[in-house]
Design a protein around this ligand. Structure first.
Ligand SMILES: C[S@@+](CC[C@H](N)C(=O)[O-])C[C@H]1O[C@@H](n2cnc3c(N)ncnc32)[C@H](O)[C@@H]1O
Length: 263
């Protein structure tokens, strides 16, 4: 194989030339995809630095408290993963229920604020498996771990699988181009029988024409039940649990809660 590749690279004939050009094209695509992934995550980090974090709630999410029993129906508590966690107080609440929490966010400042605002002592470790500048913030009692890195690089070799996932506002925060890979990651991070409580929003995209004057809505991007089923099935079941009316710029939107169960 290596001889063939070496011959292909240095003594190109027509079939090796096309093989070589496919390698180049694929490499360019991968580099381009990674660069744009990084820039999309960077725009969130910039918002954190500007204090543009209107999504942050100053109390524990009421839908988490209401539907928590669905995450551990037999009462046996495992670890919970909180992807794109920001500095949500839900992580502290989980640890108060004696559940080990693993969070992940691209913005380092979110974890600095989480630990300092909640007076939780912590230490920081480097995590080379998640990228060169990635770190793990660990509470000193070891109940809360938060990874600083890009979710697109995260996988189960870093943490193992989880019995539960609390996913609030991630699917509506990601650009559509990242959603499929993000969901593949979440599915692979769940143990068989593992459950994910998922909060999303849906709304009529035409209301955004009045807000941004653009056909492409800003985050929160809408995410419809049919799309969620397409993304998670058949490896998981998707069960609609709850719905609440909200307003965004005086227009109606719906907050939706789903229970995803890995088969
Ligand atoms: C809408 S907020 C939700 C925050 C949190 N779930 C909550 O309930 O407060 C989205 C979060 O995702 C983070 N984020 C966006 N893209 C990311 C990526 N590719 N990898 C890791 N974090 C990302 C942002 O920094 C931001 O904190």
């Amino acid at each position: 194989m290596s001889t063939q590749l070496t011959r292909g690279l240095f003594l190109p004939n027509s079939s090796n030339k096309s093989h070589f050009s496919r390698i180049i094209q694929t490499s360019i695509k991968v580099i381009f995809r990674m660069a744009s992934e990084e820039s999309r995550a960077q725009s969130w980090i910039d918002n954190w630095h500007k204090g543009k974090i209107g999504f942050h709630k100053t109390e524990v999410h009421h839908m988490l408290i209401k539907h928590f029993d669905n995450l551990f129906p037999d009462g046996k508590k495992g670890r919970v993963f909180v992807p794109l966690c920001g500095k949500t107080l839900d992580m502290k609440w989980f640890s108060e229920q004696n559940i080990k929490v693993v969070g992940l966010d691209a913005a380092r400042v979110s974890m600095e604020q989480f630990f300092s605002e909640n007076n939780i002592e912590y230490k920081i470790e480097n995590v080379t498996s998640l990228g060169k500048s990635c770190e793990l913030f660990k509470s000193c009692d070891d109940s809360i771990h938060i990874y600083c890195g890009n979710m697109m690089n995260f996988n189960m070799s870093i943490t193992g699988q989880f019995e539960a996932v609390w996913d609030r506002a991630s699917l509506v925060a990601l650009q559509r181009v990242d959603v499929k890979r993000y969901v593949e990651n979440i599915k692979s991070l769940l143990t068989p029988g593992g459950r994910c409580l998922l909060e999303t929003m849906d709304y009529d995209v035409s209301i955004m024409n009045d807000i941004g004057g653009d056909t492409r809505p800003p985050p929160p991007f809408p995410m419809y039940e049919a799309e969620i089923k397409l993304l998670f099935e058949p490896e998981c079941t998707v069960q609609y649990l709850d719905r609440e009316e909200r307003t965004l710029q005086n227009k109606d939107i719906h907050l939706l809660i789903f229970l995803i169960t890995k088969l």
